[in-house]
Write a protein that binds this ligand. Structure first.
Ligand code: DGJ
Length: 737
């Protein structure tokens, strides 16, 4: 058939699809420039390994679906069987369609005028997305495979397999995982792990032989989910190094894997983790994998974020209206709902510039604590005798939007719903899963449970005038999650997506936040149908610096909720100045999670100034390019956002702990135009961070700050003031002339 060379932005993908077997990725990485058609076969030949002793007599092929029949002895791309038969495949290429989608910046996943090409070697460097559909079959095994591969205009690659059972008996899919090869120069791995209140902790290690397998069996994405699994050249960092990364976009059980074989191949992949018996395809039925997002950069981790953020921002559903500054009442009142108190909080919120007010857990029937009520989605008449409308009206009277917390998939055994429908639960036959926060999980693949829930959520939104936002929570793992006696996580995940999609159709103006005990449901599939994520239940600014930095590897700031917490953090008991908390919360979808009715007028004045600053900088923060500083001192963390025209930027430089060195060394400001000059200074009118110095650095002594060239700021940098630990300096950078 053909050898394809797809080029988009700074990425090239060369696919050897000459058959007869499945296509092989010959190159996924840096843009190779335009290649003459006659060079493509030579390029393919240049990448074919020699035949060595004690091996197959022909080179093995690591295809898009690695197969034992092609000599692959690593993790198989497909594991499955039909009553113990058809357990190995030898797919043959049937055909290939390449659709060169006409460029349209805001419609990377949409239709568009298509040019269909096939046949000879092709070099495709169009400006829209390139979509390749590979059709293959193994008639002996009774299976058809379709590989869907999209290279979007940003250089982001998306890969999905579809497997159809063409046999006349059921076929069980145990595992179907797309993979992409990565060159041997990638010798280090970086991935993320974590737990409640400490999401996205990075871990790094050499990429040694074997498989590094990150499995999530939580029935949700998981606090420990690695948003990206990154492989790169030695010492790669935010600003440097060549890196390849994948993201498995799935909110149920999933796996992301890096495998390096002694035979010489390295690959990254990801798919769904299936429980035995979970996917059994009836004759004619099909299973589709989650999308595997794959991204390459020659400019370190920041380059990965550039591609991902640009891709996400180009989606038609990406939230484009200014992200409203949000006050969430959870840490202010917990379950203690009282209309007067909540109205007062709304007054205070309006006073400091809040634009969206979110009523959290505790408003519905029987929900006086976390041991009862979940599932009974009716307003609690005892606590809210006149319903929620008076509060909604009060909030809206201040010009703020009103948002409401829900946790639709969950049910407390102490609830009317549980008592009425004990059969609507995910469970193994004959026993309930262990309780977690006193709750069980509704089986959304049960049609009646699904219909009931859709009806209640729809009613809550319809019966109230002015609910603009749902905070959609999910506070437990799924354990022994059976549906009708069979494993049920897949069906549950698909049903939740369907529920969200249906609600969005019915209430298109309502925004939805994905929250899951903080950041346990952060992935690109949930984000197709939600408008932001709650990164963590930890509002401690020191912890948040790391959580946000690593969440931001995948997501642009406007998709990540970042709130100013109380002076003493509820989850760590640390105490922080407002300045440190505000600077940290500035770089995201900004908000407040603090009982501001109890603070002084002076504090409210300062808070209002920080909120006003966020609003002034919001277009930059939510549209610009995110950069992080590779500072040699681990006690210093710095990051910024630079406007795409590089006329304006804002950087935060935080001191995490004391340093061994008295002066940690200058901070370089990346991302600016080396040919332009910039004025650098802290924004006026805000309190300065606490410092331990007799004399500040000379450039900070003047209210005008300093004016320097972009190349100087990037290559030399600025000496920091001697910040105390847990203090942050904010710098605004403006091009002059
Ligand atoms: C967990 C969430 O992450 C919190 O923000 C809060 O909404 C609680 N659930 C409410 O129960």
């Amino acid at each position: 058939m053909t050898i394809l060379h797809l080029r988009r932005a700074r990425t090239s993908l060369v696919l050897d699809a000459r058959g007869p077997g499945l296509p092989r990725v010959v190159h996924w990485g840096a843009d190779l420039g335009p290649l003459p058609a006659d060079e493509l076969p030579a390029l393919v030949d240049a990448t074919i390994a020699p035949v060595v002793p004690s091996s197959f007599d022909a080179p093995t092929v690591l295809s898009l679906l690695p197969e034992s029949s092609a000599g692959w002895s690593g993790r198989p791309g497909l594991a499955g069987h039909r009553d113990g038969r058809d357990w190995s495949t030898a797919f043959r290429l049937d055909g290939l369609d390449v659709v060169d989608v006409a460029p349209e910046p805001s419609r990377v996943a949409g239709g568009g005028e298509a040019v269909r090409v096939s046949g000879a070697e092709r070099d495709l460097d169009g400006a829209g997305a390139a979509r390749v559909t590979v059709r293959a079959a193994d008639p002996g095994a009774g299976l058809t495979l379709t590989v869907e591969l999209t290279l979007d205009p940003t250089g982001l690659l998306m890969l999905r397999h579809r497997l159809r059972n063409d046999g006349d008996r059921p076929y069980e899919v145990r595992d179907l995982t797309p993979v992409l090869p990565v060159p041997a120069v990638a010798t280090e791995l970086l991935d993320l792990t974590g737990r409640w209140c400490r999401e996205r902790a990075p871990q790094r290690h050499p990429w040694s032989m074997g498989a590094w397998v990150r499995e999530g069996r939580h029935g949700r994405t998981g606090h420990d989910a690695t948003l990206l699994l990154v492989a790169g050249t030695p010492g790669f960092c935010f600003g440097h190094g060549e890196v390849w990364a994948v993201h498995t976009a799935w909110s149920g059980d999933h796996v992301t894997v890096a495998e390096r074989r002694p035979t010489g191949e390295s690959a990254l992949g990801g798919g769904e983790l299936l429980t035995p018996g979970e996917i059994v395809l009836a004759p004619g039925a099909e299973y589709a994998t989650p999308l595997l997002y794959a991204v390459h950069s020659t400019d370190g981790l920041d380059g990965l974020s550039d591609v991902l953020h640009t891709h996400l921002r180009a989606r038609p559903q990406h939230p484009r209206a200014p992200r409203p500054v949000t006050l969430n009442v959870w840490e202010a009142v917990y379950f203690d709902h009282d209309l007067d108190r909540l109205r007062d909080l709304a007054d205070r919120a309006a006073e400091v510039g809040v634009e969206r007010y979110v009523l959290d857990d505790g408003w519905f029937r029987g929900r006086r604590h976390d041991r009862a009520g979940l599932g009974d989605w009716w307003v609690d008449d005892d606590v809210w005798p006149d319903g929620l409308q008076p509060l909604i009206d009060h909030v809206r009277g201040h010009g703020m939007q009103f948002g409401l917390w829900v946790e639709p998939e969950m049910v407390n055994p102490d609830s009317d719903l549980f008592r009425a429908h004990p059969d609507w639960l995910l469970q193994a036959p004959g026993r309930l899963p262990p309780e977690w926060r006193h709750q069980q999980v509704l089986d959304l693949a049960h049609p009646d449970a699904y219909a009931h829930l859709l009806g209640r959520l729809d009613a809550v939104l319809t019966e109230h005038d002015g609910i603009a936002y749902l905070k959609w929570d999910h506070n437990r793992d799924l354990t022994e999650a059976g549906h009708g006696g069979r494993p049920g996580v897949h069906a549950q995940t698909v049903a939740v997506y369907r529920l969200l999609d249906e609600l969005r159709v019915r209430h298109p103006a309502v925004e939805i936040e994905s929250c899951s005990s903080g950041g346990a449901r952060v992935d690109l599939e949930i984000l197709r149908r939600t408008d932001r994520v709650w990164a963590s239940d930890c509002n401690d600014a020191l912890e948040r610096l790391s959580i946000q930095r690593w969440t931001g590897l995948l997501l642009p700031p406007e998709l990540v909720g970042t709130h100013i917490g109380p002076e003493r953090s509820h989850t760590t008991h640390r105490v922080h100045d407002l300045g440190f908390r505000a600077v940290t919360a500035l770089f995201g979808h900004h908000g407040i999670e603090w009982d501001i009715s109890g603070i002084t007028a002076a504090e409210r004045g300062q808070l209002a100034a920080w909120v006003a600053l966020h609003k002034r900088l919001r277009p930059l923060l939510h549209g610009g390019r995110v950069v992080r500083v590779d500072h040699p001192d681990p006690a210093v963390q710095a990051h910024g956002v630079v406007a795409h025209d590089r006329s304006h930027a804002v950087y935060a430089i935080s001191r995490l702990t004391t340093s061994v060195a008295q002066v940690p060394g200058p901070v370089r400001l990346p991302g600016l135009d080396p040919a332009r000059r910039y004025r650098v200074r802290p924004p006026a009118g805000l309190p300065e961070p606490a410092v331990l110095e007799l004399t500040p650095p000379a450039w900070l002594a003047s209210a005008d700050g300093v004016t320097l060239g972009g190349s100087v700021l990037a290559s030399v940098g600025l000496q920091l003031p001697a910040l105390h630990p847990e203090q942050a300096l904010l710098l605004e950078v403006t091009a002059v002339g």
